[in-house]
Design a protein around this ligand. Sequence first.
Ligand SMILES: Cc1cc2nc3c(=O)[nH]c(=O)nc-3n(C[C@H](O)[C@H](O)[C@H](O)COP(=O)(O)OP(=O)(O)OC[C@H]3O[C@@H](n4cnc5c(N)ncnc54)[C@H](O)[C@@H]3O)c2cc1C
Length: 289
Amino acid sequence: MKFRNYLKVKSLEEFEQAIAAVEGSIVLLAGGSDLVVQARDNRFENHTVIDVLNIESLRQIEETDEYLEIGACVTHEEIAQSPLVKRFAPILAEASLSVGSLQIRNHSTIGGNIGNASPAADTLAPLAVMGAEVIVLSNGTERQVKLLDIIEGPYRTNLGDRDLIVKLLVPKQAETVRYNYTKLGRRKALSISRMTIAALLELDSEGVVTKFEMTVGSTFPKPMLFPDISAMLVGKQPTKDDISEVARSLSDKIPKIAGVRASTRYKQPVCRRLSERILKELIEGEQDA
Ligand SMILES: Cc1cc2nc3c(=O)[nH]c(=O)nc-3n(C[C@H](O)[C@H](O)[C@H](O)COP(=O)(O)OP(=O)(O)OC[C@H]3O[C@@H](n4cnc5c(N)ncnc54)[C@H](O)[C@@H]3O)c2cc1C
């Protein structure tokens, strides 16, 4: 594994000085659980590595009126165990807990999960349904962008090599918002997702849906939201037929968007049956404690 140079920075000021001083290509390193594996073929031998893992301001989870602000270098285990995340974004806590093993979760970060942009990344579907945004430090200025606008395709973002994900802004979810995160893998432990489903649903006192987002992960080239699927339930007291129709429409998106592949024969019917079950549970209120 070869790199041109390695620099470790401990603050945003040091980061900005480093990127200004380096000539040629840069690659950012956080926990390294994706990057170190990829670097084995020496694809980064002409790159300077800037290690951002120890930038203290990127390691905080904070709360504002509207958002949970999660630093890019917060690890999956810290997210999974955070009382703030469990309270205001429990679907993300659950997704982070499903990442790899404890060893991987202790070291790998949410910023790296986004930066790597794997279609199988576990946090992306939950972040998408919550409408998460990202603060990116770019050319000395911070800009706020939608997560869905950063990821362009499998392992491809529109971030430049000197752009740093600083933090995520995750809209705080009310306690009344029910959620489900389901991960299907090839085996139970240490499994990369074959398919995930992330759903948020809120009902008023009459049983009318006031909020509904549902998406499938590890299936499309990038995380996606479906306003047409949301519109099928919002404003309704869902019937059994409504639930079946949503499950059918969501699973029909698999061949439409991802094309017909060997896995479609498995994923499409599984998505349909699982979505139906998840929706039924969410509507009946069988929420895990
Ligand atoms: C054994 C094993 C099991 C795994 N299991 C899972 C799993 O179940 N689910 C899952 O989702 N993932 C899994 N992964 C993948 C990996 O752990 C995650 O994608 C992790 O979140 C990456 O974070 P990192 O800090 O290690 O990123 P790194 O490897 O350091 O970086 C990944 C990419 O993101 C970029 N990057 C990192 N930080 C920033 C930043 N702040 N700003 C801009 N770009 C940045 C890097 O340049 C690089 O391109 C697994 C990996 C391994 C090795």
